[in-house]
Design a protein around this ligand. Structure first.
Ligand code: G6P
Length: 605
């Protein structure tokens, strides 16, 4: 949600800012704007619509400034129109601001400023900051005015702030919304995440909450509003491949990312499995062994697809470890009075590491001294800095709004962690066999992905339906949830998931010849039970689409998956449903990578 990019250096800022905005598109937005400042002149362009259209408008103009900021806006306060598009200015049109987040006390601040004769041009919360700085400038210098103004702001923010009169000066500030600093050769970048900067640098500083960075004449300084003093910067490297942030030869990021699912698993497994010793090694957990031994309860928490990974974790941990396990939705958990204690292990799951509800749920749990692990994909993101220990997923950057390969990587860490915690414990599961199966799993997924044309044919058959059930039991209920969410998200088709056994308690009332039901029913211990539900749907003329390793001809459509051990079936069935959602959406002409109303990184509550 909202993307921010800023540049101060020796190069022309225009292509850097436009390219950056394009790379930030995946976060979700409805309008965009850029500002370029040179010694002599400044240029502002705003567009309701796509970055491509903004670039088209600018392309023939001679714009030479070396300082630029860009913003993709996902509307919160004020409609989607040009006047609300960032940057926003003070009364004199000199102080500029772009913002990601929400200023919660903007109404009071605005009223107060209006009483002091400030004239507002937009309906946004953001604009108040420019006027507040203008107000304080009457009695102090620019930097002091900015710090004083930021102290008045309640809510969340990542800001870029500057003045049209200062072509070598840019300020960044963060509280709860992401903002990072990228360090190039004689150039400094600010951005919402590393994706738009990988082309220029692998050196980053991840700003903490209440950090304000002042960039002036090629130098920077970080001031903490929390500590009331300047801070030593901590430079970190991210070695993501630049090609990973392009669609390469694929038509969509989503397809590319589904195709990368086997690699996401391999990369996540490789540093943690010793196949010779048949052992799981988590270097990250070396120092926490004693803490982990005392754990009596595990809670997984996440949003959307990351929550489903948590649900998978719950079922798996219950099978492998003799522990009480819960899987919770962050936006609910944060408001509940959950009985956390020092013997609870909280496992936080997030692709982006920036989902605000998950951040807040973690903060609340931390107040009760809970020990936390993070299963997070973006190194240096907010959550990675809040959890006690990071068990990173190595899925590489994920840019399509709908999460795909990150889920497989999250489930991989969960299996590895369960096996690690099961060491020296009695468990009925064949641990060695599970470890060994990790070798074959990516190959089996490759095989499924190679048969994409079969899935495309099923998409052609199902695209005519408007309503879908996704049914499965236990692990495959998780698959069902993920399949239904993906179809909703990118194909805009109504889809609901139920545990197959629950279908009789209400949902079946809707089933008729116009209804499609997708059964995920591998040939495992629950096969026969789910098969009965399948027959019940068929008896009511429902159209059954079956995913299984046991052949079945008498259904509307069938896809055969390879065979694996029970806990690993979701690793095979989920890629099928990812491709099914992808092809159905494509056939319906949907905008796959950036579906309407959705955002990849949900940084507002
Ligand atoms: C958004 C995305 C989902 C994602 C969820 C959680 O809703 O559209 O694909 O699963 O956020 O995101 P996270 O980055 O925390 O995994």
């Amino acid at each position: 949600m909202c993307g921010i990019i800023g540049y101060v250096g020796k190069e022309r800022a225009v292509p850097i800012i436009l390219n950056g905005l394009e790379k930030l598109e995946y976060r979700g937005y409805d309008s965009c704007g850029i500002l370029i400042i040179s010694d002599k002149k400044s240029f502002i362009f705003k567009k309701v619509g796509k970055v491509k259209e903004l670039a088209e408008e600018i392309k023939d103009k001679k714009i030479d400034g070396n300082l630029g900021v860009g913003h993709t806006r996902w509307a919160t306060h004020g409609g989607v129109d040009e006047k609300n598009t960032h940057p926003h200015f003070d009364c004199e049109n000199k102080i500029f601001v772009v913002h990601n987040g929400i200023i919660e006390n903007f109404f009071e601040l605005k009223k107060d400023l209006e009483n002091k004769n400030h004239k507002f041009n937009s309906d946004t919360d953001t604009e108040v900051l420019a006027h507040l700085i203008e107000e304080y400038l009457k009695e102090m210098q620019f930097k002091e005015a900015v710090l004083k103004a930021l102290k008045q702001i309640k809510g969340t923010y990542a800001f870029l702030i500057g003045s049209l009169e200062k072509p070598n000066f840019l300020i960044g500030a963060r509280k709860s919304s992401p903002l990072i600093l990228g360090l190039g050769e004689n150039e400094i970048f600010l951005a919402s995440d590393p994706t738009p900067l990988l082309k220029y640098t692998n050196k980053f500083i991840f700003l903490d909450d209440y950090d304000v960075v002042f960039i002036e004449d090629g130098e920077f300084e970080i001031y903490s509003l929390l500590l009331n003093k300047t801070k030593e910067p901590k430079i970190e490297e991210i070695n993501w491949n630049v090609t990973e942030v392009s669609t390469s030869d694929y038509e969509h990021y989503m397809l590319k990312e589904i195709k990368e699912e086997p690699r996401a698993i391999l990369q996540t497994v490789a540093p943690r499995v010793n196949f010779l010793k048949k052992e799981i090694e988590f270097e990250e957990l070396e120092k926490s062994k004693d803490k982990l031994k005392k754990i009596e309860k595990v809670v997984f928490v996440g949003c959307g697809t990351a929550y489903y990974a948590g649900l998978y974790g719950k079922y798996l941990f219950e099978d492998i470890l003799n522990l009480q396990v819960d899987a919770e939705i962050s936006s609910e958990l944060r408001y509940r009075n959950y009985p956390f204690n020092s013997k609870t292990l909280l496992i936080v799951i997030s692709q982006s590491g920036e989902t605000i509800d998950t951040i807040e749920a973690l903060k609340k749990a931390k107040e009760k001294k809970v020990f936390s692990l993070g299963i997070i994909n973006v190194p240096g993101s907010s959550l990675t800095r809040l959890v006690d220990v990071n068990l990173l997923t190595f899925a590489g950057p994920e840019l399509a709004v709908a999460s795909t390969k990150a889920l497989l990587a999250q489930m991989t860490v969960i299996v590895l962690l369960a096996l690690y915690l099961a060491k020296n414990k009695k468990t009925a599961l064949p641990i060695e066999k599970i470890i060994y199966e990790f070798k074959d799993l990516p190959l089996k997924i490759e095989e499924i992905l190679r048969r994409e044309n079969e899935i495309e044919k099923i998409a052609e058959k199902i695209k005519k339906f408007n309503n879908f059930y996704f049914l499965g039991r236990k692990f495959e209920y998780v698959t069902a949830l993920e399949g239904a969410l993906k179809l909703k998200e990118i194909a805009y088709l109504h889809a609901e998931a139920y545990p197959a056994g629950e279908m009789k308690h209400g949902p079946i009332a809707l089933v008729d010849e116009n209804f499609a039901t997708i059964f995920i029913n591998p040939y495992n211990s629950l096969f026969e039970k789910t098969k009965s539900n399948l027959e019940e749907i068929k008896a009511r003329k429902g159209n059954v689409i079956l995913i299984s390793d046991k052949e079945e001809n008498d259904v509307f459509a069938f896809f055969k998956i390879p065979t694996t051990i029970e806990i690993f079936y979701p690793f095979l069935t989920i890629p099928v449903l990812h491709l099914l959602a992808y092809f159905t959406a494509k056939k319906l002409g949907r905008e796959i990578d950036r579906p309407r109303n959705l955002a990849k990184s949900v940084t507002v509550e």
